[in-house]
Design a protein around this ligand. Structure first.
Ligand SMILES: Nc1ncnc2c1ncn2[C@@H]1O[C@H](COP(=O)(O)OP(=O)(O)O)[C@@H](O)[C@H]1O
Ligand SMILES: N[C@@H](CCC(=O)OP(=O)(O)O)C(=O)O
Length: 365
């Protein structure tokens, strides 16, 4: 099956809509546009898919009511605008879906919620229950509390993480541009790219900044698309104005092929979402074992430990040159390891003989 067909027939779909597609600088939210989007989403749901919406637009929707005149630059004003705008945004989505008798749920997440395994599971459970209750979840970043340390940075990344959280079969990114070009189409001649088969196809692409309302421009969309595709979720990048075709499986936009084997939600979390609490320093042999042979990490190949962590935390595995080569869930506390490292399994007491990071919990970078 080609990537377009996979996306067209995907059972579970995450649809992310950018600020530029929902708002204008002077008028704030564009209710008519949200109405058209809700209709396209409903049509896909009637065709048998489950849809989760990731909607940007809180900051830009707060600009007009607060009389700011331009997108705020400082964090406090952005957060104030988001606090005003999120209410408007949720209300507008509610009105748009009310025409279809669909209940809307607001789900606000921070990057911290993805970093902690318990919060990650809670969000997963809530989104799943909303699905079985036939409500549509409209997700956004909880901008009011998100500081730079716990920020996703942009909703493209949030959408890629949500796609994995709900085990989506496809991610659709809707923006004000009709797909990926080899350079910013607003700045002159640019070649349209129909399909990205892998990261190599992006070598020649110049990803520029966004418009006055969006956050990350094309760069954040590309890294989100690569993130999703790397974990096994194919991506369609298309214009919000062609949402109906995009959701109905029409030949619009740019598709990003997913790696053939889907990464489990747990391995994806270890690799991309979890906070790391420390590092294990590996000798060259151990680097080869974990990177190429996909073996478990044994104490004998560890030369040092940094940071404070507990059994079950995610740590970074570094090679002799301090380059991160993998991430994994560690089986011991940082206080136990100094007595173990450098010793072969046979030299260790029986209760310390299992792998420091088991192969199932280890994801090469
Ligand atoms: N290589 C490129 N291909 C397509 N669009 C690009 C490219 N480089 C920059 N852009 C710009 O990125 C913008 C979309 O990003 P952004 O404004 O952040 O959207 P959104 O609000 O949907 O997240 C488009 O308006 C487009 O002009
Ligand atoms: N949480 C922010 C999202 C910012 C953002 O990433 O915007 P965009 O680049 O338009 O997807 C908001 O709602 O304004």
């Amino acid at each position: 099956m080609g990537t377009r067909e996979v996306i067209a027939t995907a059972r579970r779909v995450v649809v992310k809509i950018g600020s530029s597609a929902l708002t204008s600088l002077d008028g704030g939210l564009d209710g008519a546009r949200l109405g058209v989007l809700a209709e396209a989403i409903e049509a896909r749901m009637h065709a048998g898919s489950d849809v989760v919406v990731v909607s940007s637009g809180a900051v830009s929707a707060g600009i007009a009511p607060l009389g700011l005149g331009h997108r705020p630059r400082d964090l406090a004003t952005k957060q104030a605008a988001a606090a005003v705008g999120q209410l408007e945004l949720a209300g507008e989505w509610q009105r748009a879906f009310a025409r279809h008798d669909r209940t809307v749920a607001q789900v606000l997440l921070t990057a911290g919620d993805f970093a902690r395994r318990d919060a990650h599971r809670n969000a997963q459970r809530t989104l799943d229950r909303l699905r079985t209750l036939h409500a549509i979840a409209v997700v956004n970043e909880n901008d009011t509390v998100a500081t730079s340390e716990i920020k996703f940075g942009d909703n493209d990344r949030l959408a890629a993480l949500v796609a994995h959280l709900v085990s989506a079969d496809a991610l659709i990114l809707l923006s004000d541009v009709d797909g990926l070009y080899d350079s910013d189409p607003r700045k002159g001649d640019a070649r349209f790219i129909d399909e990205v088969r892998g990261p190599d196809d992006l070598d020649e692409v110049i990803a520029g900044t966004g418009g006055t309302l969006g956050t990350g421009g094309m760069a954040t969309k590309l890294s989100a698309a690569v993130l999703a595709a790397d974990g096994g979720v194919p991506v369609l990048l298309a214009a919000a104005s062609s949402a109906a075709e995009a959701l109905a499986g029409g030949t619009v936009g740019t598709v990003f092929a997913a790696r053939p084997q889907r990464m489990s939600a747990r391995r994806f979390w270890v690799r991309h979402a979890a906070d790391t609490s420390g590092a294990l320093h590996l000798d060259a042999g151990a680097v080869r074992a974990v990177s190429h042979r996909r073996s478990s990490l044994l104490a004998a190949g560890i030369t040092g430990v940094s940071g404070h962590f507990s059994e079950g935390d995610v740590v970074v595995l570094q090679g002799p040159d301090a380059v991160a080569v993998a991430r994994g869930v560690v089986s011991y506390d940082s206080s136990e390891l100094p007595h173990m490292i450098g010793h072969s399994t046979g030299e260790l007491p029986e209760d310390l003989r299992h792998a420091v990071v088991h192969a199932d919990d280890l994801v090469p970078l």
